[in-house]
Design a protein around this ligand. Structure first.
Ligand code: FES
Length: 161
């Protein structure tokens, strides 16, 4: 299984890992797989002698970890101070409503996933949204709706070909 292969690779880099290595190990697993699967969490738990439920509890405390694979369109919405001041909350409310997703979730069809981040280092463009690496500046709920519609339209045009 490819996911577990990457976990084994990470664990090999931490030969004498103790519980204090948990967060760095989880970060590396997520960097390799894009998320933390149940199988990966269980395997890390075996290695560190920690129950999976305990690891899951710790990992959910940090909002950097996700437990579902990313969608085809990964929407990163900035909730840092500059973006907040410029109205990112309204954009977030709109996205969660339209996509029926909470931060950290992926849509059932695998098309969209949503992540909320603290600052993307582009405060001058606030509020900022990044989809698959592309930045969208001064995003309003209406503008964001249009961007999401374009993603959907792109998908249906691919499906028709
Ligand atoms: S606060 Fe949003 S990019 Fe910095």
């Amino acid at each position: 299984m490819a996911v577990l292969k990457s976990v084994e690779t990470v664990l090999l880099r931490h030969p004498d890992a103790g519980r204090d290595h948990l967060i760095p190990i989880l970060q590396e697993v997520q960097a390799a797989d894009g998320y933390l699967s149940k199988a990966a969490i269980t395997r890390v738990g075996q290695e560190l002698h920690l129950p999976a439920s305990k690891i899951f509890g710790v990992a959910t405390f940090y909002n950097m970890f996700r437990f579902q694979p990313k969608g085809k369109y990964h929407v990163m919405l900035c909730r840092g101070t500059a973006c907040h001041v410029k109205g990112s909350k309204r954009a977030l409310d709109m996205v969660t409503k339209v996509l029926k997703l909470q931060p950290g979730e992926t849509s059932r069809d695998g098309l969209f996933s949503l992540e909320v981040v603290a600052c993307m280092g582009a405060c001058g463009l606030a509020p900022v949204v990044n989809i698959n690496g592309q930045f969208y500046a001064k995003v309003t709920p209406m503008k964001l709706q249009k961007i999401l519609d374009e993603c959907r339209a792109q998908e249906s045009s691919h499906a028709e070909q």
